[in-house]
Design a protein around this ligand. Structure first.
Ligand code: EPU
Length: 334
């Protein structure tokens, strides 16, 4: 369905009121293909918007916002312990997680209550509590914008990294994710290594539903509920630096929170960096550093995108001045 001069207020969790020149939602692949073939569409820029939980709208968008609304979750194959599940891009991510937990399938329970839609999960390889979408994604089915052909990316071809994939680099803007196939397990150990989970769950009595409920409770405690307070979750990525640099920093700042990362690198908790500078609760206009989780910037009501970008710049400058580290936004500025 195509709309013009469309307010995106209901389509971004930050709650910023900007317009798109056109807004197109599709319920199936045929509808998407027909739209992409259209000559008028080809002259305009476009942007794929899922749940709008990781974007900051900074100006009106003079093109077409494409929004997946296709639905469907189905088991396509079972191979001993593995169950392959095809999920339409327009499914709400957390509805899929609940479906998996209800069907006793392991693999995405630690990613409970992450806002957004399934189609976005491979693009930025969503992650939380020691799990990432890449651990469960088997393949990603896309439609090429140019010729509307189907293209399937295997897990390896997606070249997943921390909040990263090929869809943010070489393939950016060329494909629209229509379906994601996950490989889940009937039986698997729980992944309870992450600090706050380890202390809250007794592994011997854990069930998928207990893990899910515990994660939802932890997230509700720390992260603002987008239904009540506008935000895009973590605003910044945790910086990943050479381990020597992290070790040097730790000599000056022994409390700094760090985690081992692949390729001999170390991830530093940006929330800790920001918190250590006393910035929790700091405001510019209607934008605020969340008082319970410093990595999250919120809209306390009526924030403009400028308030948010000014606050983000202030936080980045302070972190850079004290620690010599650059923290990059996880949120995409549109
Ligand atoms: N910390 C502080 N002060 C703060 C925030 C954090 O000292 O204000 C410390 C914590 O005590 C902890 C460490 O920093 O030792 C890490 O904090 P937390 O466990 O809350 O996780 P995070 O690194 O801040 C990441 C993800 C979240 C995800 C959580 C839980 C990114 C950018 N963020 O946050 O994802 O929910 O881990 O796994 O990687 C999101 O991407 O939108 C998001 C919410």
């Amino acid at each position: 369905m195509l709309h013009s001069d469309f307010s995106l207020l209901q389509y971004n969790t930050f709650g910023i009121d900007e317009q798109a020149k056109f807004f197109f939602s599709f319920s199936d692949k045929q509808e998407l293909a027909a739209f992409l073939k259209n000559e008028f569409r080809k002259d305009l820029p476009y942007f794929v918007l899922g749940g709008g939980s990781n974007i900051l709208l900074t100006k009106p968008f003079e093109g077409t916002v494409i929004h997946p609304e296709n639905k469907g979750i189905s088991i396509t194959e079972e191979r001993s312990n593995d169950v392959f599940v095809a999920v339409a891009a327009g499914e709400v991510w957390d509805d899929f997680v609940q479906w998996a937990v209800s069907n006793n399938l392991h693999g995405v329970e630690n990613l409970s209550y992450i806002p957004g839609c399934v189609g976005a999960s491979p693009v930025q390889n969503i992650g939380a509590y020691g799990s990432e979408a890449k651990d469960a994604i088997y393949r990603v089915v896309c439609m090429a914008v140019e010729d509307q052909q189907e293209r399937v990316f295997s897990n390896e071809e997606c070249r997943f990294g921390y909040r990263d994939s090929v869809f943010k680099h070489e393939e950016a803007g060329k494909y629209i994710v229509t379906e994601v196939v996950f490989k889940l397990q009937k039986n698997a150990p729980f992944n309870l290594g992450y600090g706050s989970l380890r202390n809250s769950i007794d592994e011997s009595t854990a069930t998928l539903q207990i893990v899910r409920d515990t994660i939802i409770a932890i997230r509700k405690e720390k992260l603002p509920d987008p239904k009540e307070i506008g935000s895009a979750g973590s605003f910044f990525k945790n910086p990943v630096v050479p381990t020597e640099q992290a070790e040097q920093l730790k000599q000056s700042f022994p409390d700094m929170v760090t985690y081992p990362a692949p390729d001999g690198k170390t991830k530093i908790a940006a929330g800790w960096l920001i918190d250590s500078l006393g910035l929790k609760g700091f405001r510019i206009g209607g934008a605020q550093v969340h008082p319970k989780q410093a990595l999250v910037l919120t809209n306390t009501g009526g924030a403009t995108a400028t308030d948010v970008t000014n606050l983000a710049s202030h936080v980045r400058t302070k972190v850079s001045d004290t620690y010599g580290l650059t923290i990059e936004p996880e949120v995409i500025y549109l």
